[in-house]
Design a protein around this ligand. Structure first.
Ligand code: NAD
Length: 276
């Protein structure tokens, strides 16, 4: 993502939390982390394996974090150790950002019924949906009452998006899990929400077949006739993770230039392309 200045303030002052899912400077989790840092949050980061450490470490350091934990969400021992590290460091936390998803490239192109294998299905659901249930349980055990959690989802959960395939099924499971987790943690005033972001150029997005078409179509067909700005996603995350989000839980909030709201595009490039 291009260098951007995030609004500064004190909305997250005194709050500590864990960010899961930064791979590089283009990651949505990194936009969120920068926004939270600009509002005074203190953060720890998990990263997936040594290869990503050299990218994540300087980013974390730039927002004053010295706590980086290697954590593959499919590995129970690493999950256990990651949350133990956070507990040993801080005792309690106030927020969790879960921005993790994966499906094999072979699962993300072509026909859904032809391409989706048992193993591909299990792994996509495990990494992209169950990991939030697992992380939310572990985080809630060390969370102050009045905390907040978010995860990242996409419209492919609600509607068919070509090539998104099994990831759409995983995102549907993730959104349903968000509601169940919200119900479990609500009595402790811990709020749990999902942000449904429009397409953003990241490593994960590059794995989806016909990605370029997806960006062009989104730009042409969304209400705002533009692609999604990661700053908007970061702003929504700030709202949901700070006290501004009071009373909001179990929600899937779209930040996609209004793409989800459109049934048929108004006058504009898409209509013109049909010769109208
Ligand atoms: P990204 O590639 O920067 O981030 C994906 C992260 O998932 C990476 O940090 C990767 O290390 C992590 N990950 C994958 N498998 C893992 C595992 N087994 N253990 C631990 N970590 C693992 O891409 P992103 O687009 O920033 O993705 C973040 C979230 O946003 C994902 O849930 C994605 O589905 C969602 N999202 C992305 C878009 C988009 O267009 N980029 C749109 C809507 C939602």
């Amino acid at each position: 993502m291009a260098e951007q200045t995030f609004p500064t303030g004190t909305l997250m002052a005194g709050k500590r939390g864990l960010i899961m899912g930064v791979a590089n400077k283009n990651s949505i989790a990194w936009a969120i982390a920068q926004q939270l840092a600009a509002q005074g949050a203190e953060m720890a980061f998990t990263y997936q394996g040594d290869k990503l450490l050299r990218r994540v470490k300087p980013l974390a350091e730039s927002v004053g974090s010295d706590t980086l934990v290697d954590c593959d969400v499919t590995n129970d021992d690493q999950m256990e150790a990651a949350f133990k590290t956070i507990e040993d460091k801080w005792g309690k936390i106030d927020f969790l950002v879960h921005a993790i998803a994966f499906a094999g490239k072979d699962q993300l192109a072509g026909s859904f019924i032809e391409q989706t294998t048992r193993e591909g299905f299990k792994s996509a659901l495990d990494i992209s949906a169950y990991s939030f249930v697992d992380a939310a349980r572990r985080a809630s055990n060390i969370m102050n009452d009045g905390g907040a959690m978010i995860t990242l989802t996409y419209l492919g959960s609600e509607r068919v998006i070509p090539n998104y395939n099994v990831m759409g099924v995983a995102k549907a499971a993730l959104e349903a899990s968000t509601r169940y987790i919200a119900a479990d943690l609500g009595p402790r005033q811990i709020r749990v929400n999902a942000i449904s972001a429009g397409p953003i150029k990241t490593l994960a997005a590059a794995g989806i077949g016909s990605g370029r078409h997806m960006f062009r179509f989104n730009k042409a067909a969304s209400a705002m006739q533009d692609n999604t700005d990661p700053m908007g996603v970061a702003g929504a995350a700030l709202y949901l993770l700070s006290d501004l989000g009071l009373s909001c839980t179990g929600e899937t909030h779209h930040v996609d230039g209004g793409f989800h709201a459109i049934g048929m595009p108004q006058e504009g490039p898409l209509r013109e392309s049909l010769g109208e």
